[in-house]
Design a protein around this ligand. Structure first.
Ligand code: ATP
Ligand code: MG
Length: 278
């Protein structure tokens, strides 16, 4: 019964759209034009910059609530609509987070006025009549194997274990697919931290990198509210959540800076021999 009514709704929507000439609208080639012309959405300058960037590998480090998932949702929706037959994989550390991102994609598809019909619309995915699919799955190895991916979006990437991330990557090799990694800072370890560090320090690792702190979007995140949060949280967590600061991994004996400084100084740290331990 439920599936019949969903089909019925889809059929009516198609019929109405066809009647009023609203179906199969052309979608602008640029995601920025898609956001403004089809969604009536005013992007922040930093969102425009990321969407205009042509490097297929993008890494974004951002404070809380700056609008990173919104940006990812627009990019995913645009890719599926504008590149027939494409596969967009939305991943996040948990199924709930992946579904939240999918919700944004569905919201933008609706806001655009359903420019293409959908063969299937679910909480975890969307299949369009142009052959494109968007799938939202948790970034765990057993769910991500089997896809050939044109655009991989990994939300809250710093919380995805290395083994799971590296198991997804081969899905991009045959398609030469794009990647967007986005996250709030977490510990100084793992693929996200390493990728961000090499991209931002050397700027030659083949990645486009963008950092945006919560205090850099004053239209939505007000200075006085940030100040109130600063006073109510331990400083390091405030800096992690809002100011893009990577904390030393909890429980580690030495800070990342100390270890790095020791290695840079070329110190020869000899392994402790069993004999030295009493
Ligand atoms: N350009 C924009 N104009 C107006 N509102 C926006 C814009 N970008 C994002 N927002 C709004 O800001 C809020 C936060 O957006 P979003 O969820 O994308 O942020 P986030 O960085 O992913 O947050 P979190 O760190 O909690 O995951 C949402 O209400 C979203 O609709
Ligand atoms: Mg988010």
């Amino acid at each position: 019964m439920a599936s019949t009514s969903v089909k019925e709704v889809r059929r009516i929507r198609e019929a109405v759209a066809t009647h009023f000439g609203a179906t199969r609208q052309s979608v602008p080639e640029s995601p920025v034009a898609f956001a403004s012309e089809c969604l009536g959405f005013t992007l922040d300058d930093w969102q425009t910059e990321v969407l205009e960037e042509e490097n297929p590998r993008k890494i974004l480090l951002a404070g809380r609530q700056v609008g990173k998932s919104t940006l990812a949702g627009i990019l995913a929706c645009h890719k599926a609509l504008s590149s027939p037959g494409s596969t967009v994989l939305l991943t996040a550390p948990s199924e709930r987070q992946a579904k939240l991102l999918m919700r944004k994609v569905s919201q933008f598809y609706r806001m655009a006025g359903y420019p293409l019909a959908a063969n299937s619309e679910r909480k975890t995915g969307l299949e369009l009549s142009n052959g494109s699919i968007v799938e939202a799955v948790p970034a765990v190895e057993r769910t991500t194997r089997g896809y050939s991916v044109d655009l991989l979006i990994c939300d809250e990437a710093a919380a995805v274990p290395d083994a799971d991330y590296f198991a997804i990557l081969p899905a991009l090799i045959a398609t030469r697919g794009e990647q967007l990694l986005l996250s709030t800072a977490r510990g100084k370890r793992g693929f996200y931290f390493e990728t961000y560090t090499s991209a931002s320090e050397k700027n030659s690792a083949g990645w486009y990198e963008k950092t945006i702190r919560s205090d850099q979007v004053p239209d939505r995140i007000h200075a006085e509210d940030l100040e109130a949060f600063r006073k109510s949280m331990p400083a390091e967590f405030f800096e992690q959540e809002f100011l893009c600061r990577f904390l030393d991994t909890e429980g580690s004996l030495f800070s990342y800076e100390d270890i790095h400084a020791a290695l840079e100084a070329g110190e020869n740290i000899e392994a402790i021999k069993d004999d030295d331990i009493w």
